[in-house]
Design a protein around this ligand. Structure first.
Ligand code: FES
Ligand code: FES
Length: 159
């Protein structure tokens, strides 16, 4: 075991982990941040998507050592002062989930998408969200939620 200091959701957290342990394992099993999900474990489903220095990464494919010195944001870190982000609110409003296993990864991916492309077309949403899989097939509502978040961010300056 080695000690690492991670910056997660704005807090510096000390954690002991194995050298070959993934960021996903550390978040879920050592830091109790279970909003990030384990799906395939192979970089294919997007359930484990988190932000690292603002970019979407697969936590299951990221070694804990590679996360040191980076700003990591998980689903738990999006809401601030009790206020959901526009993307979170839109997923709730539209009901863009059934079992919700994919939802945190979808929200993290959509957050990056709207940061880079504030007014995406439907085709751009589908392309950018393509690496995130929803086994319940709620894709039409996920697209709708991203569109709603885009509109509310444009209107009210919501995050
Ligand atoms: S669990 Fe990481 S991409 Fe599927
Ligand atoms: S809502 Fe069930 S996997 Fe997407």
């Amino acid at each position: 075991m080695s000690d690492y200091v991670l910056n997660v959701n704005g807090a510096k957290l000390k954690v002991s982990a194995l050298a070959d342990e993934t960021l996903l394992s550390v978040l879920r099993n050592r830091l109790d941040l279970t909003g990030t999900k384990y799906g395939c474990g192979e970089g294919e489903c997007g359930a484990c998507t988190v932000l690292m220095d603002g970019a979407a990464v697969h936590a299951c494919q990221t070694l804990v050592a590679d996360a040191v010195g980076k700003q990591i944001t998980t689903i738990e870190g999006l809401e601030q002062n009790g206020k959901l982000t526009a993307v979170q609110q839109a997923f709730l409003d539209v009901g863009a989930f059934q079992c919700a296993y994919c939802t945190s990864g979808m929200i993290m991916r959509a957050t990056v998408l709207l940061h880079e492309l504030p007014n995406p077309t439907e085709a751009q949403i589908r392309t950018r969200m393509n690496g995130n899989i929803c086994r319940c097939g709620t894709y039409p509502r996920i697209v709708q939620a991203v569109q709603q978040a885009s509109h509310s961010m444009a209107k009210g300056g919501a995050r």
